[in-house]
Design a binder for this molecule. Structure first.
Ligand code: TXA
Ligand code: MG
Length: 331
């Protein structure tokens, strides 16, 4: 049965023991909650896929707590990667590089590369350190659903499949890590996330989008993902026109404050802070899918800095665009 325990040192130690013995522990990171297993126990890793309902072709991110652990995962570390680890770890940056043979295929879905990051959260770092093993952990949600930013959301989504949920409160960043791949001295973006591309580019120059190839580079970055259980539509038109429409049964998500205080309008950051927008995004969508609404319309943000990750998640969550035609809402 799943248990939610406050992430005290004593309970983190319990979690570390469970991981060592092949169990599953959900834990907070600075981005979202992860569902962890000992990376070197393929049967434990297999349970992650079962509990999440995640297809086996979707590889996992491996979490480490100290730089020394990386040598158990990556075959070699190019200077560019070394520098990025130095600059941005611990933090919301995941690096994809060729893997060592010891990394089980189930972790990487048979790919020859492995994704690794060092989370900037004391609970995650202690848990991994005390388990003394790298921890494979996808976001702790049912496959395709919104990532959890609070312990109770993990329990709701995954229930009894998890041996222990460590409650470390709401996660700070709220969107997942930025994933990049380094190949032949070039840096490719696989998923925008909590660390902005602009920040990374200060150190490595221009980041490229991966060349399109028949082999999917990041299989888990599926088009439809991170979705609430009711349809979500994006809106880029004039807000005044939208607000004049019949909005019965519809919730509106506005990243920033707007001059309308209807209850069904949810503002993600009253003080207009993009970091707060990211941090509240998934939890507000989860709250709205509980009802009483039949659809959500979300206003958009500019696609720069953290806004890029926010728009990436919103687009994947959405079923398309909402528009106003002759005073009426059309989807
Ligand atoms: O912030 C985060 O990254 C969170 C926390 C828990 O650390 N984790 C997370 O994991 O978002 P997940 O499994 O929900 O997303 C992992 C993504 C997937 O899209 C997967 O396809 C990609 O990482 N990925 C993993 N290994 C890869 C590899 N070897 N090559 C390319 N993409 C990979
Ligand atoms: Mg996920």
């Amino acid at each position: 049965m799943e248990r939610i325990l406050t992430a005290t040192d004593e309970n983190i130690k319990k979690g570390a023991k469970i991981l060592k013995e092949g169990g599953l522990v959900a834990f907070p990171t600075e981005t979202v909650y992860g569902l962890g297993a000992n990376v070197f126990l393929p049967e434990a890793v297999a349970r992650i896929f079962e509990v999440k309902g995640r297809p086996r072709f979707d590889p996992l991110i491996v979490h480490i707590s100290r730089h020394g652990m990386v040598s158990r995962l990556f075959r070699e570390i190019p200077p560019l990667a070394e520098m990025l680890m130095e600059k941005f770890w611990p933090g919301p940056l995941t690096l994809v590089l060729p893997k060592k043979e010891e990394v089980p295929d189930i972790v990487t879905a048979g790919l020859s590369t492995v994704a690794v990051r060092m989370p900037a959260h004391p609970v995650a770092l202690k848990l991994i350190d005390w388990a003394d093993v790298p921890v494979a952990a996808p976001s702790a949600n049912r496959f395709g659903h919104l990532s959890p930013t609070q312990a109770e959301e993990v329990a709701l989504d995954l229930g009894e499949g998890v041996d222990l949920i460590l409650d470390g409160g709401k996660t700070e960043i709220g969107v997942e890590s930025t994933i990049i791949m380094i190949e032949e001295g070039k840096v490719f973006l696989l998923r925008p996330g909590g660390l902005s591309i602009e920040e990374i580019e200060k150190w490595v120059g221009k980041i490229e989008t991966p060349p399109s190839s028949p082999k999917v580079l990041s299989p888990g970055t599926l088009k439809k993902h991170y979705a609430p259980r009711i349809p979500l539509y994006l809106f880029e038109g004039k807000i005044e026109e939208l607000l004049l429409c019949d909005l019965s049964g519809i919730a509106i998500v506005s990243p920033f404050p707007i001059a309308d205080s209807r209850e069904e309008i949810k503002v993600l950051s009253e003080k207009g802070d993009i970091r707060e927008v990211a941090s509240n995004l998934f939890s507000v969508l989860r709250e709205l899918e509980e009802g009483p609404f039949r659809a959500i319309i979300s206003l958009t943000v500019e696609e720069k800095g953290l806004g890029r990750a926010i728009m990436d998640r919103l687009k994947r969550a959405s079923s398309g665009y909402a528009r106003v035609r002759k005073g009426k809402l059309v989807f």
